[in-house]
Design a binder for this molecule. Structure first.
Ligand code: 1PX
Length: 218
């Protein structure tokens, strides 16, 4: 009994990710880094449960999460409470490589930008899943979303490798199963709830990066 409870703890649950994205926004609509990162942790857990073919993707995401956590737990952690405070602090202290890679190749701002771009992929993909029909192919929905977003920032080799990985994605029914929410109808309802939250976090971050001219950080 205790074992099965423990096993359940390990399992991905879409509800969990939804909850972290709910916690992301502060009263004045800034984005808490802690919850943003927690949201990504949950998503990576999901990706890992799909098998080792996706290992190269989760590895990169985990690496970026680690970089951000390093800053959050570092000596200037108090500057890394929200994405807004992080960007302000790093810009004011010239801790960001703005046009080409130099002495700050792993700034919090450029690292987060990579996850931010991936969040757009997620938004597009989840919206496709939500409105899909029983015979829709997850691989197609995934690659369409990828081509409309992240792919534009990736070199050919990565696009190619990602494309091959998409081909082995489980079908819609199995995919819904792994989400661990309930019936397909319940999954669709939860996606409907999750999407506006993810979308708002994305929009706020996008605005911040646009205002600061940081959408192309190397
Ligand atoms: C469910 C299928 C999951 C497919 C995931 C789609 C995203 C494909 C991304 C392919 C990235 C390949 C790895 C390498 C990336 C880096 O080169 C590249 C640039 O970094 P750099 O500037 O430091 O060099 N990195 C990135 O663009 C960041 C990628 C982060 C990807 C995180 C993806 C997490 C996916 C979570 C899936 C959850 C699905 C949830 C459904 C309920």
């Amino acid at each position: 009994m205790a074992d099965s409870v423990a096993a359940d703890d390990q399992k991905f649950c879409l509800q969990e990710v939804l909850d972290t994205f709910k916690l992301c926004l502060t009263e004045n609509k800034e984005v808490y880094l802690e919850h943003y990162v927690a949201g990504w942790r949950g998503l990576v857990k999901f990706l890992s449960s799909l098998g080792s073919v996706f290992g190269f993707i989760s590895k990169d995401a985990v690496n970026k999460i680690k970089i951000l956590v390093g800053y959050m737990e570092g000596e200037n952690g108090s500057q890394y409470v929200t994405i807004q405070s992080m960007v302000k602090y790093e810009l004011e202290n010239e801790l960001v490589d703005l046009t080409k890679r130099g002495s700050h190749p792993e700034s919090g701002s450029r690292t987060l930008l990579r996850l931010h771009r991936a969040l757009r992929w997620l938004e597009l993909f989840l919206e496709r899943l939500r409105t899909s029909s029983e015979d829709s192919k997850t691989s197609v929905m995934c690659s369409e979303s990828y081509n409309e977003s992240l792919a534009q920032h990736h070199p050919w080799v990565i696009r190619k490798t990602a494309g091959m990985a998409f081909c082995v994605l489980p079908g819609r029914a199995a995919f819904f199963e792994v989400m661990n929410v309930g019936t397909p109808e319940q999954v669709v309802a939860m996606l409907g709830e999750a999407l506006p939250l993810i979308s708002e976090v994305y929009q706020i971050t996008e605005e911040l990066y646009t205002q600061n001219n940081m959408l192309d950080l190397p």
